[in-house]
Design a protein around this ligand. Sequence first.
Ligand code: PEP
Ligand code: MN
Length: 449
Amino acid sequence: MSVLPDPAVLAGLDTFRDLEAKQQPSWPDAQALADVTAKLSSVPPLVFAGEADNLRERLGAASRGEAFLLQGGDCAETFDELTADNIRDKIKTILQMAVILTYGASLPIIKMGRMAGQYAKPRSSDSETRDGVTLPAYRGDIINGFEFSESARIPDPNRLLDAYHNSATTLNLIRAFTQGGFADLRRVHEWNRGFMANRAYARYDTFAAEIDRAIRFMHAAGADFEALRTVDFFSSHEGLLLDYERPLTRIDSRTGLPYDCSAHFLWIGERTRQLDGAHVDYFSRVRNPIGVKLGPTSTGDDALALMDKLNPDGEAGRLTFITRMGAGKVRDLLPGLVERVRADGRPVVWVCDPMHGNGFTSDSGYKTRRFSDVIDEVRGFFEVHAALGTVPGGLHVELTGSDVTEVLGGSEEIDDLALARRYETLVDPRLNHQQSLEMAFLVAEMLRG
Ligand code: PEP
Ligand code: MN
C-alpha cells in the first residue's frame, strides 16, 4: 500500500520559488523550460529512496567514527567525456583508493562518486570576455556549452534532458561495474600492486607490503572473497540547478516523503548556502542525506543555523559538513566551527575537501593546485579533529582515472611546464590516477595515526 504525501509537504517543495536562488541561468525561453521540466517530472527516478536511506545510515556510522567516506570525481563531468573507459577508470581509481584507506582506517569505506549528475557549475562571474567579446560564462554541460561562441553559451533547457539521460547511462555502468565482479577485492589489490611497481612510489612499499600480507592472511583464514566481489557505490553531485532537482524529486510510496531521486547524496555549494536562500530551503525538504560546503568565511553561527534548517532533529547521517578552508587556514579556522557543533551535540559528518581552498593560477596561466597543499590541508583536518576529540569522517576530492596533468607535484613531480601536456579539465584541476593513489597512501598513514 502506498502512503500518500501530506499536502503541506508537497506544497513546501515549491517554497524555494519565492526565495533568492543564486547561480541560476537565465533561460531564454520559458516555454521550452516548462516543457522540459514537465518531461523530467515523469521520467523514472535515477536512484531509489531505499538506497538513499541506506547511505544515510552509513553516513551516521561515519559521524560516530565507525565508517569513513571517500567521495571523488570530476569537478565537472562533461557530455563529451561520457565513455565507458572514463567511467571505468574513475571507479577503478576510487576502488583502489578505498582498499588502501580501508587498511589504514580499519573501517568500512563508503564509496561515492562525484558522478552521474555533476554537470552544473557555480561561477565567480556571470560572463566571460575574450579578445573584446563578452559572452555568458560556461555553467556546466547541463546549462550551456564550453565553446566560446554565442550559440554554445546561450542556456539551452534541452540540456537538462541530456544530463538526465547521461546520468542514467553513467549509473547503469556504475551499477554493472560494482555489482558484476569488476570490484572484486583480489582484482583491486592486483591493480594496486601494478601501481607499486613504479619506483617513484617506493616510500609506500612498507605500507603496501602490509596490505598484501593482510590479504594473504584473509585468504589463509578462509575469508569469503566471493562476498567481496561487489561493492555499494553511491552517486552525488552539487544540488545547484533547481530546475533539475525539483522535477526529479519523487514521493516515496513507503513513507509519503520526498526524495531527490537525481542522486543519493546532494551537497549545497559554498556560493549557494545562504540561510534564507532557495537551496537551503529546498534541500531541507527532501529526505536524502545532504552536504554543505563550508569555506573560510563560515562562522559557528552559520553552522548551527544550517543544522537548525537541515537537520533540526539531529538525525545521524542526515547532514555532512564538507570543509574547504585552504592549507594555510584549516588549523586556525576549523577548530572554532567544530567546537561550536560539538557543543550543540547534534551529529554531523565532518568531511575534508582539500581542493577548493588551494587553487591558484600558475605562472604558465593554468588554474592549478599543489599536491603538497592538498595533503597539508588533509593533515590539518586530522590534527584539528584529533586535538578536539572529534571524528574526521571523510574525504572529498576532485580526481580522474586518467593521466592528466592538472595538479602540481606528487612523486612524479608534475611542474608548471608539464601542466600543458595534458590539461583537460574545463573547470577545476583534478588529481590524476597516480596522484589519487598516492593521496590514498598518505591519508591511510594519517588515519592510522
Ligand atoms: C566544487 O565542488 O566543484 C565547488 C564549486 O566547490 P565549492 O562550492 O566548495 O566552491
Ligand atoms: Mn571544483
